[in-house]
Design a protein around this ligand. Structure first.
Ligand SMILES: [Mg+2]
Length: 150
């Protein structure tokens, strides 16, 4: 299973310019990493817009080394540009899956931008932009991981 991971509004609440601070807080990353350690079959692809501004190696810095080793890459900057009901981020995810011959792979997107998803909304676990990866989102993501490991 692949987790497409957004940063702002997920790993920390949206609202401050975390890119400029180098993302020093990433306050919810430890919670996500703890969950990921329970599901070692889950790989990670970064879908955050940070990938448009930072070097790939910089994107990886906030992660613990064991989790970092499970990150496969980042989605392409411009996806398929599919028409509605496809969302922009969704198109980038679909492009990544196609490029990596992984269209049959199960996947879930952890994101606060639900409007970036249309056709594949059922693959989305939504965080509240100002709450981030809270207990509710964590429980929902765990359920998705468990579905696939069963
Ligand atoms: Mg976001």
């Amino acid at each position: 299973m692949i987790l497409f991971l957004d940063f702002d509004g997920v790993l920390h609440p949206e609202g401050e310019d975390h890119t400029l601070t180098g993302g020093v807080d990433f306050c919810f990353l430890p919670r996500l990493e703890a969950l990921l350690r329970e599901f070692p079959h889950v790989k990670i692809v970064i879908s955050s817009s940070w990938r448009e501004q930072l070097l790939y190696k910089t994107l990886l810095k906030p992660f613990s080394s064991d989790i970092r080793a499970r990150i496969l890459g980042a989605t392409p900057h411009s996806g398929f540009g599919l028409p509605p009901p496809y969302g922009k981020r969704e198109g980038e995810i679909l492009a990544w899956l196609q490029i990596h011959d992984a269209v049959d792979e199960s996947w879930v997107a952890l994101d606060d931008a639900y409007w970036q998803f249309g056709h594949y909304k059922d693959h989305l676990v939504t965080c509240g932009s100002f709450t981030g990866f809270d207990d509710k989102a964590s429980a929902e993501l765990r359920a998705r991981f468990e579905e696939v490991s069963r």
